[in-house]
Write a protein that binds this ligand. Structure first.
Ligand code: FEO
Length: 407
């Protein structure tokens, strides 16, 4: 196939793959993604940074060939391969690429070395050069230096920086699962890009928030934030304006939330739904932003995107067989997985439910939410259809929650 590379700096090219068709990445709903790889031409050596997912190698190889042509080189030869992370979306074609370029030396962090060999038995005897924070690799006028970045987002994660150009190849960190014709941040709508980066952070990075805070602190101490002119992640758009995404990460990792409440609900016969709508009215009466999620249609990966920068949630489902209506389970599992406490913020939770007779949902939801790091603010329970008095209580409860997050 024919596919073009994209020059991102002198002697540096994007040579990744566009996956227009994928709609789910381990349970996270997306509308395509990219597997970004980069080629760095030094005077002495050429380095390929990261690799691609199953079925994407034709694109990678076509773009590599194109980059060599653009550099005026007839022989396509890669001397160095850097693997910043071992997850399958960046490594499924690594073995095939090593066979295609047998002279290339492979570099990875100690954990990446271990994880690669646990996933790809054919690499068992492959010599991998282990690099750690501060190690450098001279390509001839282009110097790569490495920073281990454990839990950003796996224990093996590593950043590679091209010192002369100030380009940080950050692998998954700072990425977005989007697949667009444009490669750079400033070529697409800023609000769309922020939402995409937020969804990515919420789903893949929240648990590593302490590591984000530590790594950004280390970079600031070393004066590297000012030296970073571009961030080139492995998914989505390349940040020509790195301060934008660094600012977002500082906020998300530190629990800096908006005056915003996410309302999450489900219903069997419209009673809990009416309570949810009344609560939303009460919140809005205080000019606090509301994000509404009806879990009959909406999924946990979207819910947690808005919860990330909300100061509180209101969550309600009916009681069914003495328990919460089960569809909410998807959201509760996401809450447990990502653990918003890691962002240093404790979010308030208002719990509500309609029951027929015995009840049980409120108690269980409260216990689960406390377990996931939320602080219970209040609860409301009605029997069958909520009366006007109950709906008034819901409105007031929403208003009080909104007031509480503004204090
Ligand atoms: Fe994009 Fe952790 O892989």
């Amino acid at each position: 196939m024919k596919a073009d590379s994209k020059k991102i700096a002198d002697g540096v090219y994007w040579v990744g793959a566009l996956d227009w068709d994928t709609r789910s990445f381990h349970g996270y709903q997306i509308t395509g993604t990219t597997y970004n790889c980069y080629l760095v031409f030094g005077e002495d050596k050429v380095a390929l940074i990261d690799n691609v997912f199953t079925g994407m190698s034709d694109q990678l190889y076509a773009r590599i060939e194109d980059a060599f042509k653009k550099e005026g080189k007839d022989e396509v030869k890669i001397d160095v391969m850097i693997q910043n992370h071992s997850e399958a979306d960046h490594t499924k074609c690594l073995g095939q690429t090593l066979e295609k370029f047998p002279e290339a030396k492979l570099y990875a962090s100690p954990n990446c070395n271990k994880f690669l060999k646990l996933q790809y038995f054919e690499l068992e005897d492959k010599e991998i050069n282990i690099v750690k924070t501060g190690d450098e690799l001279d390509l001839g006028g282009k110097t790569l230096t490495f920073f281990q970045a454990p839990m950003l987002h796996w224990p093996d994660s590593m950043f590679t920086m091209l010192l002369e150009d100030g380009i940080l190849f950050s692998n998954d960190a700072f990425g977005q699962h989007v697949c667009l014709s444009e490669r750079f941040d400033d070529e697409v709508d800023a609000g769309f890009l922020e939402y995409s980066a937020q969804k990515y952070y919420a789903n893949l990075v929240t648990l590593g928030s302490p590591a984000v805070r530590r790594k950004l602190g280390e970079f600031a101490d070393l004066g590297l934030l000012e030296k970073t002119k571009m961030i080139a992640p492995c998914h989505g758009q390349i940040w020509k304006n790195p301060e934008t995404i660094i600012g977002y990460y500082q906020d998300w990792a530190s629990g800096n939330c908006k005056e915003k409440i996410t309302v999450i609900y489900d219903t069997m016969h419209h009673s809990t739904q009416k309570m949810a709508h009344a609560i939303a009215e009460g919140i809005m009466s205080e000019d606090v932003e509301v994000a509404m999620y009806f879990t009959q249609e909406d999924t946990g990966d979207d819910v947690i995107t808005d919860v990330l920068d909300s100061k509180a949630i209101a969550l309600g489902v009916p009681t069914m067989m003495n328990n919460p209506f089960p569809r909410i389970g998807n959201v509760m599992y996401w809450f447990n997985c990502v653990n918003f406490k890691q962002t240093s913020s404790i979010k308030k939770a208002l719990v509500f439910s309609s029951k027929g007779w015995g009840g049980g949902a409120v108690k269980k939801l409260e216990s689960d939410l406390e377990g996931a790091g939320f602080e219970i603010f209040d609860d409301l329970e009605t029997v069958f259809t909520p009366t006007e008095d109950v709906l008034e209580q819901c409105y007031q409860a929403g208003k009080e929650l909104a007031k509480a997050i503004k204090e």
